[in-house]
Structure formats: C-alpha cells, structure tokens
Design a binder for this molecule. Structure first.
Ligand code: SF4
Ligand code: NI
Ligand code: NI
Length: 707
C-alpha cells in the first residue's frame, strides 16, 4: 500500500469508529445529551477552530460526521492526504468528546485526558522565555522500558513538555518516571484518539494567544506550524490509524519521527531507527535549539523539575519554613571584592545530619560583580534563586528573602548532593542568564546558626528594607522611562505590554526593574525603553510616545493605549495574564478573578470564559488582563475610581492580598475594605452580591456610573 493509501485507510477507520461511538452514545444518552470538555471556553476546540461552530449536544455532534467524510478524498497527493489526516483529528475529537458525555472523568490516574484552558495559559510564559523549548508527543511503545525511559528523560532534562499516548505510559510507570501536569510529563491516555488532547492544546494556543478567528482553518494551520514548537515520535508498530493521525500532525506543522519502516516525506515524516538518536533527530526536525549549561552536580537540572514537590517523608534536609532561620541575598560588590567561582560553606554540611536527615539554618549569599551591574538588578537576580534551586532534581524552594523554605530529598542526598552543589547551580546559572551584566560570581552558604542570624540582621535585613523603600519611591511620575515587553509576541503577535513602575506586566513576571534589567542584558531584546515625554492625560494614563511605540510594535494593530483605565483603549492582553477584571454593571464596579479560581463569577462566566473574551492582543473595553500585584497599585483603574470599584474577588486572592488591600483602601479613605469585597462564599449570582454590597455600604454603589 502506498503511504497515501495507508493514511486514507486509517482515516476511514477513524470515521467508522466515530460513527459507531456517536450512534452508541446517542442510543444510551439521547440526542439532547450535553457534549463538553471540562474547563474550556472553546467547546470542542478542533471543531470550533476549524469551523467556527460550538458543539453543545450529541445531535450537533452527529452533524460533524459529514464534514469528516468530506475531508476524505482519496486522491494520490499530499494535500488530500493531509486533509485525511485532519479528518482523523476531527474524528478523534468526536470520539473523545463522546467519552465525556454524562461522565466528567473518563480518564483514571495516571492519565490526564482533556487539559483545561488554565493550564495552557500558565504555559505561556515558560514557552515564550524558552524555559520550555518545545513539546514532544510520544505515541506507541519503545522496544524496551529502558529505551522508553531514556527517550522521555532526554526530553525532560532539556526542559521539553512531554505528552505520552499508548503503551509508553506503562513503560514510564515501570521505570518509575514521575508524571503529571506539574512535572511536564503528561500521560494523556492509552487510546490513539487521546492524542487529540495535545492537539487541542496547540489549537487553543492559537485561539487564546494568537487571536486566530474560529473558522479560519488556514490561519490556524499557519499559527500552529509557525509558533507551536511541537513534534511527534511514533514508536513501535504503526497501525493505519496512527499513520493517519500522524498525517494530521503534519498538517498542523508538526514533524513525525518514527522508528518504523515507512515511506519518508522530507522534513515531515522521518525514519530514525537508532533510539539514541531519536531525540536529536526530532529537535533538529522541528528546529528546536537547546541551550545547555553543564553544571557539575550529581542530579538532573531542568526547568521540568520546577513543579516537583519534595514531600515530608521524602525529605532528607530542610531549611527555613519558619522552623529554622533561612535567608537568601544577592549582593553587588566591587570587582576586586569577588573571587569568581569561589564556593564557600560555613558550618556543618548535610552529611553531618542524623542518618534520617534533619534541619539546619541557612544563608545563601550570592555576591556578584561586573561593570554593567546595577543595584537595581540585585532583586531581579535574587528572585531567580527560587527557580534555579527548583530546577534541581529533588530540591524544592519556596518563598524569598528571609522567608525561604528549602528541602533536599533523600534520593538527591543519596546521589551525593551536598551544599556546595547549590553553590555550583547558582554560580553556573547566574553567569548563564546574567553573563552580560556580571563577570564574577561567588557563593557563600552558611549553616552556622549564630552566623546566619548575625548576618541576617547586619547585612540582609537592611538591604531588604532599603529595597522596599526604593520600590515604594518608584512611581510612574518618578521615572522618565517606561518599557515595552514583546516577549509574548512569539505566541500573541499583536500584543504589547507597557511596563511601568506602578504597572507590572500582566503575566506578573515582569516588573519595571525586570524590564530594565532585561534591556541591559539583551539590548536588542524584548524590553525596550520608551521615553515618557509629554503626558497627554494624567488621569487616563496617556502618552503620545507610548501610543507611538505600541503602534509600531503591534504593527498597527493597536494605535492608542490608556494605561490607567479599563473603559477606553485599555491595554491589550496576550493570554497569560494572572487575573482578569471585568465590569459588573449591576454593582457599578468590577470583579476580579484569578487563573486558579475554577468556579463561576457574578458575571456568569468562569475565569476561562472571561479570559476568552479578551486576549490575542485585542483591546476589549470593560475587560482587562493584569498581574495580581497590579490590583493594589495606585494606578489600578485610576481613571475609573481605583480599587474602590472592586466588588468581588475569589476568597483565595482576597486573602493573599489582604494587608495590601486594606492599606491601599485606607489611603483612599476607606476603612475595612477587605470586608466589603464579596467573594464566592457570599455568592456568585448578581442579586446576592448586590444585596451584600448594599448591606456593607460598598463605595462603588454610590460612585459615578461606570457605563
Ligand atoms: Fe508577556 Fe507582557 Fe509578561 Fe512580557 S510583560 S512576558 S509581554 S505578559
Ligand atoms: Ni525541584
Ligand atoms: Ni503572555
């Protein structure tokens, strides 16, 4: 059989399976049964993106079948073969959707099945920064468990996001590979059709970040090909179904690399029978370049380890977490004061602990010097300690400054990891990421209790306090430069963030100081200064220079931005925002919802649904994505009445910001504002919320009408 015939056969099998499962589901549940994937505002994403139609019932799902049929035209050319591949993708989505009818969790541990929108949004930043350099989809089965583990680990250590489909999941289990969404090794399911759950991740990225309009198939395919760095490894015997699914992947722009004999399609379908070379061949085929920093430590180091938690029973050594004093500090020094690559341990190392481990005080002092170094970059670098420590296999780091909490796991200790290795990690990564501003780095790790406490009071605390004072004095008025950030343009090509001292990037990861440091590190990079110049409107936050920059940087998509209002020409959103706020007309105010909150809001929508109304670099007055810390900024909705407009927030967000909310409201002359903001425990329907606001005398009710 020719390759094309194999694909057509596979597509017809998918079609037949799809017809029969739809029929069966209709027979069991009735035509009006609801069809939906959990946690998405994009319906059945493949069908929605390709046709613009949202599917809500089994009857509507049935109507998709003729569309699948029409995509299978058995002519011997690549175009028709790729269309047949898309037919298989749509059929797979229909089959998977049927699994979710009447049952919300058809997938059992460890399989994940459908991936909610919020996960995709949270992947935005690591993908644009290159922390996740690509996405590997492995389908099938390697010749042995060991070879499976080797391939998976080679991707994991390079930071790739790895999806598993089929028997390879068991091979990963057999070799004790830890899996899960947060570990970035994601077992989807055993059926080939479950591969659609990674396909819809790519498709929703186009809808969320790319502003691709549903129904515009050509734009969709262009987006996934150009902007989603994914590829497929099809291992073990290839069924016709797998081959036709592979054609679907190729149609989306994802090369398929297989260890089987097939007719190759240059750059798209590649045979690599040497399992040691599959990873390298795949990365090359997709054009993914991996920056490797060799760090001399006995355990793995990769962004993929970030989400790994070290549980109490697996912990060997523990520092801080309010049980011992622990702090960390990055300090700028004169060139002559720093000895490059000096790593000094003062006090007992972890191998002096009891055989079962224990706790120690800890101070991590990273001293840096370089002619381009500025004091303002100290906190920027210091915050990276959290990530660098977490990227270390078996090391967990929480918090910052003098509230850190670090755990080192038993297995990492047994592998030979000692305190000096924390120094090696910090040394290597600080130079790696900040090499253009620092020339020398030395790390001192102290576990001697008296010394840890003495230096905390003598060195660290005064510096933390000085930094806080500096930050408090950093206002939009006190600087003459703002920054643009274009990092997210790799996924949201029309989006521009304007970062000011009082308004951090909507991802929450880029403050004005970060942007300033980024410019210094990478002069032609994503953050560029904007001279403020003349202000056109101090209340709305409008500067001609900002408009000009936004206009240029968005390639004309946005020509005017007001930084301090949600009502008129608000800042655009890319898709990776931490929070979204939107007008609640009944309350004459706004609600704010954070990404982690999965329930419904008083606007009748979830975070995901609200988020889908904005994003992709489009201005949507009345809705705005923003960072968590922007909420308590003086400039938050400054032109619209500020924080006093906030009528509802999820409890968790409200708690987390409690002190700052109280403080900021007090500055505005409102006492106990925290108690005036409704949350889900008050209610989520507008009447209940308004009743509550009236009872507590919420200021928004008597402010100028918003609309
Ligand atoms: Fe993306 Fe804006 Fe954050 Fe930059 S500041 S990474 S553009 S969200
Ligand atoms: Ni870790
Ligand atoms: Ni973004």
């Amino acid at each position: 059989m020719s390759l094309f015939d194999i694909i057509f056969t596979g597509s017809e099998q998918a079609l037949a399976a799809c017809k029969s499962i739809v029929e069966k589901t209709v027979a069991e549940r009735g035509e009006n049964a609801k069809v939906a994937f959990p946690g998405t505002a994009y319906s059945l994403p493949t069908i929605y993106a390709a046709t613009g139609k949202k599917i809500n019932t089994l009857a509507e799902l049935k109507n998709v079948i003729p569309m699948i049929e029409s995509l299978i035209v058995k002519e011997q050319n690549l175009e028709k073969a790729l269309n047949a591949g898309l037919a298989t993708a749509v059929a797979a989505e229909v089959i998977e959707a049927c699994k979710y009818v009447g049952e919300n969790t058809p997938y059992a541990e460890p399989c994940i099945g459908f991936i909610p929108d919020t996960v995709i949004r949270s992947l935005g930043v690591p993908l644009v920064t290159g922390d996740i350099p690509g996405v590997a989809v492995i389908i099938g089965e390697a010749p042995s468990d060991e070879e499976a583990a080797k391939i998976i680990k080679s991707y994991q250590t390079k930071g790739l996001l790895v999806f598993l489909v089929g028997k390879i999941i068991d091979q990963a289990i057999n070799t004790k590979i830890k899996m899960g969404l947060e570990l970035r090794i994601i077992p989807l399911g055993y059926d080939v059709t479950s591969v659609i759950h990674v396909v819809t991740v790519a498709i929703r990225a186009a809808l969320i970040f790319g502003n691709v309009q549903p129904g515009n198939l050509a734009e969709l395919l262009k987006y996934t090909k150009e902007r989603v760095p994914a590829f497929v490894n099809a291992l073990g015997p290839l069924s016709e179904l797998v081959v036709s699914a592979g054609a679907g992947a190729i149609a989306l722009g994802f090369p398929v690399i297989t260890d089987q004999d097939v007719q190759e399609v240059p750059e798209n379908l590649i045979v690599q029978k040497d399992h040691d070379k599959i990873a390298a061949t795949s990365l090359e085929a997709r054009g993914i370049k991996i920056k490797i920093t060799e760090i001399p430590i006995p355990v793995g180091f990769a962004a993929a380890f970030e989400g790994e938690r070290v549980r109490k029973e697996d912990t060997f050594a523990e520092f801080g977490g309010s049980r011992t004093t622990a702090w960390e500090l990055v300090k700028m020094r004169e060139i002559s004061e720093v000895e490059d690559h000096k790593i000094e341990i003062i006090g007992p190392d972890i191998d002096t602990l009891e055989p079962n481990g224990g706790r120690l005080p800890l101070a991590i002092l990273v001293e840096v010097a370089g002619k381009n170094m500025q004091q303002d970059f100290e906190p920027v670098m210091e915050r990276r300690i959290h990530y660098f420590a977490n990227y270390t296999e078996g090391v967990m780091h929480l918090g910052q400054r003098d509230i850190i909490w670090i755990r080192i796991s038993k297995s990492t200790y047994e592998a030979g990891f000692r305190l000096k290795h924390i120094g090696e990690v910090l040394y290597a990564k600080m130079l790696d990421e900040f090499g253009s501003i620092v020339d020398k780095v030395q790390v001192t790790i102290i576990t001697d209790k008296d010394k840890v406490e003495k230096l905390l009071n003598e060195i660290a605390k005064p510096i933390y306090e000085a930094r806080d004072a500096r930050l408090a004095g950093l206002t939009d008025e006190s600087v003459d430069t703002f920054y643009s950030c274009l990092l997210c343009q790799s996924f949201a090509p029309a989006h521009v963030c304007i970062v000011t001292p009082e308004r951090l990037g909507l991802c929450g990861a880029v403050s004005w100081l970060d942007a300033k440091a980024t410019k210094e590190l990478n002069p032609a990079g994503p953050c560029q200064p904007i001279e403020k110049g003349e202000c056109a409107d101090e209340v709305k936050g409008s500067w001609p220079t900002v408009d000009k920059a936004v206009s240029e940087l968005s390639h004309g998509a946005t020509t005017k931005v007001n930084i301090y209002t949600i009502m008129e020409d608000p800042m655009t959103s890319c898709g990776c925002f931490e929070c979204i706020c939107g007008i609640m007309p009944e309350a004459n105010g706004v609600i704010i919802v954070n990404r982690e909150y999965s329930g419904i809001t008083p606007l009748g929508m979830t975070f995901g649904e609200l988020a889908s109304t904005t994003g992709g670099g489009v201005q949507t007055p009345g809705f705005m994505g923003h960072g968590r810390h922007f909420i308590t900024s003086k400039k938050f909705l400054y032109a619209d009445g500020g924080l006093a407009r906030v009528v509802w927030m999820p409890k968790e967000l409200k708690e987390a910001l409690k002190d700052k909310l109280q403080q900021r409201a007090k500055e505005m002359g409102i006492d106990n504002f925290y108690d005036m903001i409704a949350d889900e425990t008050v209610g989520t329907d507008p009447d209940t919320v308004v009743e509550f606001l009236t009872k507590v005398g919420h200021p928004a009710l008597t402010m100028d009408p918003m609309l």
